[in-house]
Design a protein around this ligand. Structure first.
Ligand SMILES: O=P(O)(O)OC[C@@]1(O)O[C@H](CO)[C@@H](O)[C@@H]1O
Length: 417
């Protein structure tokens, strides 16, 4: 962690005030140093994630596999540390021990609730994988603890219905279809299995599709047909989010809005349902084996993989607890070479604009000015961070008295060209 970042984080942690909920849009966060979100504020969303979602998740994972005593003991220890304990560093034998030490040196020995929310969540997932033996040499190495949930979702009848709906869409004009597919990709971000651990079923289409910001005209301007664009797509969740993302990717390739697309996924399981290469393969199979238009999309994408027009990458940075502002040079170069980078989902948004209590009218372009090239965020609102709203929009949301920031009922399409 850089000294600059360390100083900001530590200094601001104790002075953080609750964020989210009615009235929070008027908090006087300066544009430069909005407080880092931590999880020690009673009643805050971040506290709820650590206090409720993480323990529930440990139990779900425990119940989903016939783990042995070693895994059960490690899960018990993680549960205890999450609820009552302090953050322990990784064992020296772990290959990423030094890396995490560097990212959180000053946080070890402190309560999980006092660490920056983004860091604490990321480290929780790292510890969970460690507890079930994901990284260790042994029979559980590489076994995705979230695979049963991802698999059940992908096999569900809801996916059948969503794929069947593509047949009706095949006949509509290309621009209408493009809008529908873009919105489906945004709405797909509601299908987040981590969110559903405590928030219940807010699956795609279950709630009003309420866009609080919509820069989609700018996105299409950046991608005129036939201009030879390369698009980077930073994926979020597998299954019911990744399927509409892949369908949108097919549309971009088919209508030559992009000549080449690089799909960035996680190198290992993360935030419950985040997509890895194995999930891309499962989704492509699901599409390719479906009847009708979905099957045609699946085989086109399969071919696009074979010719390199669609490529999958899994950079380790995606599983780090860092904001995109601190991305390494090779990833920066990759995004710089893209015509536009589309970042899916809530966590990517937090990492893109910074996991801080920004004033919601802070311009999106200011918060993403560091990003190497054009950036587009497609996100359902599922955490406190929001920027780029018009004052009237913010006022109306605050008047609504709803938990609009965190309940997954609202979404946004924000673009910086
Ligand atoms: O990135 P995603 O899948 O859209 O959302 C991730 C999420 O479920 O996890 C975090 C809380 O655990 C929040 O940022 C958000 O609600």
């Amino acid at each position: 962690m850089s000294d600059k970042r360390k100083a900001r984080t530590v200094a601001e942690t104790p002075t953080h005030s609750p964020v989210g909920g009615p009235g929070s849009g008027s908090r006087p966060a300066s544009e430069q140093d909005a407080p880092v979100i931590v999880s020690n504020v009673p009643g805050s969303f971040a506290r709820g994630v650590l206090a409720n979602r993480h323990p529930a998740l440990i139990e779900q994972v425990r119940d989903a596999f016939p783990y042995g005593p070693r895994q059960h003991e490690a899960l018990d220890a993680l549960l205890d540390a999450n609820n009552n304990g302090v953050i322990e560093p990784l064992a020296p034998s772990e290959s990423d021990q030094e890396l995490w030490w560097g990212w959180g040196r000053e946080l070890f020995g402190r309560s999980w609730f006092d660490a920056p929310f983004l860091w604490a969540e990321s480290y929780f997932y790292r510890r969970l994988l460690g507890a079930v033996g994901y990284f260790g040499a042994g029979p559980w190495q590489g076994v995705d603890p979230f695979a049963p949930f991802k698999r059940a979702e992908l096999r569900g009848t809801a996916v059948d219905e969503e794929l069947r709906a593509l047949d009706a869409l095949a006949g509509v004009p290309a621009d209408e279809r493009a809008t529908a597919l873009l919105h489906a990709s945004v709405r797909g971000n509601r299908a987040d299995l981590g969110f559903r651990v405590t928030e219940g079923d807010t699956a795609p289409g279950a709630a009003a599709d309420d866009l609080v910001a919509d820069d989609s005209p700018l996105l299409w301007q950046l991608l005129p047909a036939g201009a030879g664009a390369t698009v980077a797509v930073v994926a979020d969740n597998a299954g019911r989010e990744l399927i509409p993302d892949l369908i949108l990717i097919d549309h971009l390739l088919l209508h030559r809005h992009a000549e080449r697309i690089v799909l960035h996924v996680k190198p290992y399981p993360y935030y419950v349902s985040d997509a890895m290469t194995a999930d891309v393969v499962d989704c492509l199979r699901r599409l390719a084996e479906a009847p009708g238009e979905a099957g045609r999309i699946g085989s086109r994408l399969w071919d696009a993989m074979a010719t390199g027009r669609l490529e999958v990458r899994a950079h380790p940075f995606f599983c780090s607890p860092l904001p995109y502002e601190e991305m390494p040079g090779d990833l920066r170069a990759e995004f710089a070479a893209a015509t536009v980078t589309i970042l899916k989902g809530d966590l990517n948004y937090r990492r893109l604009v910074g996991d801080r209590a920004w004033n919601a009218t802070t311009p999106f372009a200011d918060r993403t000015a560091y990003f190497p090239g054009a950036a587009a965020a497609l996100r359902t609102l599922k955490s406190d961070v929001t920027v780029g709203l018009e004052q009237e929009t913010l006022d109306a949301l605050e008047r609504s008295g709803t938990a609009w920031r965190t309940s997954g009922t609202h979404a946004l399409i924000q673009v910086r060209g």
